[in-house]
Design a protein around this ligand. Structure first.
Ligand code: COA
Length: 340
């Protein structure tokens, strides 16, 4: 991995702004999720704009000319068109060449880690020399303010990484998979087909995100620990070799629960970007990585276990060596000294 970068929505949204329609409280949301604020992008900022900004920042940090990118992989659940994909548009805007493969993947909150696994395989096989992986979300477009399972969890942002050749492999084997038995546990309330098949007098509401929170929570605490251990073992390591733990920022209780179950060293650094960025789905792992490096809590060259998981249910995990280069997060990023 040559660089990582991220951008967050520019509007800070506090819990108090959301509690009215769900009869909740700031205290309840903090206790159950750890979230204090999340970021929403302004109405006129689209998910492809966030993807482009993050991608541009990752390319600049890695000092790689866009013409040298052989593939752009964009992970998202909030791109509004089934076809065409977002990636060709983003690749074009970034100045990548006509020979650049560009495609989207939808593995929800596990999308970025799927993309890193694919990029690693493409580079190892010699199919690509440099790959840009982006996770981008504007999930505020899919939030129903009265939904008690989701309205307070999600945020907007995009993260990106450039993957390229290295003397020492910096990305370990990817452990990935899915459990379709829980396909209905997280998703949208409606599909596009519902609009077509609805009776003439039937109103189909705009699709919004919802989840069966308790079953998702149980899955994360029962099925995921052994998968994380497998990713570490496949890299030829043990949990005590891991310096930094970067799980998907689903919910702070999930992050802390996994941390406790995994037998890391006491000084392992744990990503907690969810507290003020919210759950940004496919963007959450690169955003958390970018922040740890930018704030100096994690150091380039350290070994990090990154682990995406979410709707599908889908998951992907791999150990990575943290890159030297971090993109400029722009003004207003959490943890950025004022005036920057
Ligand atoms: C969503 C989540 C925070 C809900 O918390 P929970 O403790 O499971 O909540 P439950 O649905 O079991 O409800 C517990 C109580 O809280 C209440 N409650 C539920 N949602 C509430 C809300 N948003 N605000 C206030 N109270 C709420 C319920 O009515 C219930 O009250 P009761 O005990 O008086 O009956 C939790 O399930 C969770 O974090 N799940 C993980 C899913 C996740 O993070 N997914 C991200 C996508 S990967």
């Amino acid at each position: 991995m040559l660089s990582v970068a991220g951008v967050r929505g520019d509007q800070v949204v506090a819990n108090d702004a959301l509690v009215g329609p769900i009869d909740s409280s700031d205290e309840w949301i903090r206790r159950r999720t750890g979230i204090v604020t999340r970021r929403y992008a302004r109405r006129e900022v689209l998910v492809e704009d966030l993807a482009e900004q993050a991608g541009r920042s990752a390319l600049a940090a890695a000092a790689i000319d866009p013409a040298r990118i052989d593939a752009v992989i964009v992970a998202s659940i909030s791109w509004m068109q089934t076809t065409p994909a977002m990636a060709p548009l983003v690749a074009h805007r970034l100045g990548c060449g006509p020979g650049t493969a560009a495609f989207d993947i939808n593995a929800a909150c596990a999308g970025y880690c799927h993309g890193i696994g694919q990029a690693d395989a493409l580079v190892r096989a010699g199919t690509a020399e440099h790959v840009l992986v982006i996770g981008a979300e504007k999930i505020s477009d899919f939030i129903e303010p009265t939904d008690r399972t989701m309205s307070f969890i999600m945020g907007d942002g995009a993260g990106a990484a450039v993957v390229g050749p290295a003397d020492e492999p910096a990305i370990g084997p990817t452990i990935w998979g899915s459990d379709g038995r829980l396909h209905g546990a997280i998703g949208l309330t409606h599909s596009w087909l519902d609009f077509k098949t609805a009776a003439d007098d039937e109103h189909v509401p705009w699709p919004t995100a919802r989840q069966d929170g308790p079953s998702v929570y149980r899955w994360t605490q029962t099925a995921l620990p052994q998968l994380a251990e497998a990713a570490i073992a496949e890299a030829g390591l043990t949990p005590s070799d891991i310096d930094v733990f970067i799980p998907h920022q689903a919910n702070l209780r999930i992050v802390e629960g996994l941390h406790q179950r995994l037998g890391f060293r006491d000084d392992v650094v744990v990503a907690r970007d969810i507290v003020d960025s919210g759950n940004t789905s496919s963007a959450s792992v690169p955003l958390a990585t970018e922040r740890l490096l930018r704030e100096g809590l994690a150091k380039p060259g350290q070994l990090a276990l990154q682990f995406g998981f979410g709707a599908g249910l889908a998951y992907a995990a791999q150990v990575v060596r943290l890159p030297d280069a971090v993109g400029d997060a722009g003004p207003g990023a959490p943890g950025t000294p004022s005036g920057r």
